[in-house]
Design a protein around this ligand. Structure first.
Ligand code: DAU
Length: 243
């Protein structure tokens, strides 16, 4: 399978850190944030990866990562105009996915997600799934910051983006498996109240089709898109390396 890292958006929750650079180039302990999703995808056996980025510092991704040789991967780039949301960034991957000689299913990772451990079995389980989508859930203390999935009898029955009163502790992490029908659905999507094409609407579409599977992640996972979560992720990685 091919992989996609979404690294656009304005990073406004991290201002002024993101005033002159892209959020995904900021350090998480001793490496730029974007290294972590790339390493996670490589750990899934994925070596052809599209980075979707945007804004004024998009050229810096090329300076930092080049063609991916140094990391043992092959990198491709796409540019998102504006900050129209996660699904808006994802739609730029259509040609890249259709070009793949391997599989029309693919894995997406948000560029600010940091995970410890291997997602190889997540990828291979998704590969065996005939069609549809797969998401990774994590039990968290502060679900209202995330998309939240409600599970009844082992089936996802609802997903709500940043609910005030969360219906469960299961955050939808930024690691998704999709088949290529995702692109047809995104073309029909309308922006949410905050003006974005929401990935939660994409996942709800698959849920309504009965084609959304999930796994629950027990090891460390965090986003790094707020001051608190960026500090937490840095602290965690530091302790992991230094004991
Ligand atoms: O981290 C997991 C959460 O990520 C999920 O639980 C939520 O359902 C999902 O909506 C998302 O929530 P956030 O509020 O954290 O999304 P954020 O706007 O911070 O965007 C996350 C990443 O998506 C960002 O690091 C880069 C990419 N992105 C985002 C936007 C808005 C783009 O590539 N383009 C965009 O226009």
């Amino acid at each position: 399978m091919r992989g996609v890292v979404l690294a656009g958006g304005s990073g406004s929750r991290l201002l002024p850190l993101t005033k002159v650079t892209n959020k995904h180039l900021l350090p998480v302990w001793n490496k730029p944030m974007i290294y972590y999703p790339l390493e996670t995808l490589r750990g899934m056996g994925i070596t052809e990866i599209l980075i979707v980025t945007g804004g004024d510092s998009s050229g810096d991704f090329l300076k930092l990562l080049g063609n991916g040789n140094e990391f043992g991967i092959k990198l491709y780039y796409a540019y998102q105009e504006g900050e129209g949301g996660i699904a808006d960034a994802l739609k730029l991957a259509e040609g890249f996915v259709d070009d793949s000689k391997y599989d029309s299913k693919f894995i997406v990772m948000l560029g600010d997600n940091i995970i410890r451990g291997s997602l190889l079995s997540f990828a291979s389980n998704f590969k065996c799934q005939p069609s549809g989508a797969k998401i990774l859930l994590k039990e968290v203390n502060d679900p209202s910051r995330f998309g939240v999935a409600n599970i009844t009898n082992g089936i996802i029955t609802d997903i709500i983006e940043k609910p005030k009163d969360p219906i469960s502790p299961y955050a939808v992490t930024g690691i998704y498996g999709y088949d290529r029908s995702v692109f047809d659905f995104i073309k029909t999507l309308k922006p949410s109240e905050r003006g974005e094409l929401e990935i939660t609407d994409v996942n709800r579409y698959y849920m309504q089709q009965g084609k959304l599977t999930y796994e629950i992640w027990e090891d460390f996972w965090s986003d790094a898109g707020t001051f608190e979560s960026l500090a937490l992720a840095s602290k965690y990685i530091k302790e992991l390396y230094n004991g």
